[in-house]
Design a protein around this ligand. Structure first.
Ligand code: ADP
Length: 548
């Protein structure tokens, strides 16, 4: 028997229409260097998104399913593109501006982008790639920048404000199939070639509802969120869509991502919430220790993208009274997988134990652990395996390239489940603890050593600013850990002290004998420790390693 319910498609245009009317007074505030913050209401964003859609269709000839890319910072115009492109039936492709030029070129060609919206300040980055971008017909320059670098380029160049000016402020958004492509994002390639993930209207809609749930970010129209996580990194973790759904004000960093600028904007604009990867927060805490600012408006920060060291969480809570919520996800999971709110009744140290985990799965994300011989492992908090997930906003395949069918490589998808490449355990009450990425775990003499656990202990030492541990080949044990450590300014700790510190915290056989002090841990395009680079530096003999 079928239900008697209406069959209404879940579309991004519904989120936009709702946000720009019911929450029309909510604001997107964009930080600037010296002109003061730029403010735009959701109603204005809605009107300008309609104007942009008219311009793309009528002037540039953008058709349904065409890919329209953005190479932009987090700002109000990027939000306009976020809505205009999917709502008109085309596909928003957010480009990661920190990728190396060859990868960016490969991605644009693979996605067959017809148009690129680019911030004027990013033209020097884009211009050298243009001769090799095969599909790009139009460039739309957003904001000031030196357009002379585009002289001689094949694509037609437009200026954003003049392109959208005088166009109708309403658009009859088409009634699309909710399974249709709305947006796409390539994985940042921490562990291999970038792969294109294509989100549907339905997946974005359902994911936005989850982001807003109390068990996830629990944001309402009384909040202002500061998504420091870039809009090209898994849709800024879904925050812009979620914001239009419930009227959450947004504070946008634009290109001002230095710790001092972030501290300044928090003090001036008083957001209640913020989201970023751990390295950003490490930087902010160091900045605040040196130059205190009033960050008391912030109620909660979301930390995800890589493991958040427990010491970082405690510092936020104890020094600034800010609650940290650890979250796990990936490009393939939209990204919300887990969030680490302790269960009802947990207080004190017990609550901390829950906070340190990657968090709890929501109802819509099913999870299982697969052990070394392919068996499903129990949720007992200790048995470990590779995490597999399944749900309405989890990828079931990758984008196959111009005109091709979606790809479902054997090693990533398994009986309808996504293989995450992450290894960990799940407690009986559904809290995930990741011990490593399958590719980063150190296999020493038939036993596994968690690189993340060693890093967390090292980063808890008062003299250590950052620490990354990688597996290096070892004649006797197969692999052994190499510790790369960044010391805080004026720190006195030496290798011997750090070794003793670790020996008191982990099994003796897990303590690294190879150590190196570096000035910075290499980072990926989205600010994660780049262990591929460290392993290569070690192999090439470029690290000054002390062996005990
Ligand atoms: P890439 O795979 O290129 O790094 P993603 O942003 O999709 O790009 O990264 C997803 C991966 O990041 C996850 O598979 C996991 O290994 C790691 N990750 C994300 N959040 C966390 C977290 N809270 N703790 C530990 N690892 C995390």
């Amino acid at each position: 028997m079928l239900s008697t319910m209406q069959d209404v498609p879940l579309l991004v245009s519904r989120i936009l229409t709702h946000g720009s009317t019911v929450h029309g007074r909510a604001r997107v505030t964009t930080w600037t260097a010296d002109a003061g913050p730029r403010r735009r209401t959701f109603a204005e964003i809605g009107a300008r998104a309609a104007q942009l859609a008219h311009a793309l269709r009528d002037e540039l000839g953008v058709a349904p399913d065409d890919r329209v890319a953005t190479l932009m910072w987090n700002n109000a115009e990027h939000v306009e593109a976020y809505f205009a492109i999917p709502c008109m039936g085309s596909v928003l492709h957010t480009l990661n501006l920190r990728l190396p030029p060859e990868q960016l070129t490969w991605i644009v060609n693979h996605a067959a982008d017809r148009v690129i919206l680019v911030n004027g300040t990013l033209l020097p980055l884009l211009a050298p790639l243009l001769p090799r971008l095969e599909s790009v017909e139009h460039l739309v320059v957003v904001g000031p920048g030196d357009t002379s670098v585009l002289d001689g380029c094949r694509a037609t160049v437009h200026e954003y404000e003049s392109l959208i000016a005088d166009r109708p402020q309403r658009y009859e958004w088409p009634e699309l199939d909710e399974r249709q492509a709305a947006a796409m994002c390539y994985t940042s390639g921490t562990t291999g070639e970038p792969k294109g993930v294509v989100y549907s209207h339905r997946s974005i809609y359902l994911h936005s509802m989850q982001v807003n749930m109390a068990e996830s970010f629990s944001l309402t129209d009384r909040d202002t969120t500061l998504p420091i996580v870039p809009m090209f990194h898994v849709n800024a973790w879904g925050i812009p869509h979620a914001a239009f759904m419930t009227g959450i004000n947004m504070l946008m960093t634009d290109r001002f991502l230095q710790p001092a600028a972030i501290a300044e904007m928090i003090e001036a604009e008083r957001p209640t919430h913020a989201a970023a990867v751990p390295t950003i927060w490490q930087g902010l805490l160091a900045e605040l220790a040196e130059r205190p600012r009033d960050v008391s408006s912030v109620r909660q920060v979301i930390i995800g993208g890589s493991a958040c060291p427990p010491s970082l969480m405690r510092d936020f809570q104890e020094r600034h009274g800010i609650e940290v919520c650890h979250a796990w996800g990936m490009t393939e999971t939209s990204p919300l997988g887990t969030t680490s709110h302790p269960p009802a009744g947990a207080t004190g140290e017990e609550a901390w134990t829950y906070r340190f985990t990657q968090g709890r799965f929501p109802a819509s994300v099913a999870a299982r652990l697969i052990g070394p011989s392919g068996e499903v492992m129990p949720w007992d908090g200790t048995s470990t395996g590779e995490l597999e997930v399944r749900g309405p906003w989890i990828a079931g395949a990758y984008f196959g390239g111009a005109g091709a069918e979606p790809l479902a490589p054997e090693d990533k998808f398994h009986d309808g489940w996504l293989r995450t490449g992450d290894v960990g355990a799940i407690s009986p009450d559904g809290y995930l603890t990741l011990t490593d990425r399958a590719k980063d775990v150190i296999k020493s003499g038939g036993e596994w050593i968690s690189s993340v656990e060693l890093e967390n202990h090292l980063m808890a030492h008062p003299d250590v600013a950052e620490a990354a541990v990688v597996a290096v080949p070892d004649a006797k044990w197969g692999e052994r850990p190499l510790a790369t450590v960044v010391l805080k300014e004026g720190a006195v700790a030496d290798y011997a002290t750090l070794r003793v510190f670790l020996t008191e915290r982990v099994a003796r056989w897990q303590v690294p004998e190879r150590w190196t002090i570096v000035s910075a841990v290499p980072k990926t395009s989205v600010g994660k420790f780049d262990k591929k680079v460290i392993r290569r530096q070690y192999a090439d003999g470029k690290l000054d390693v002390t062996v005990f």
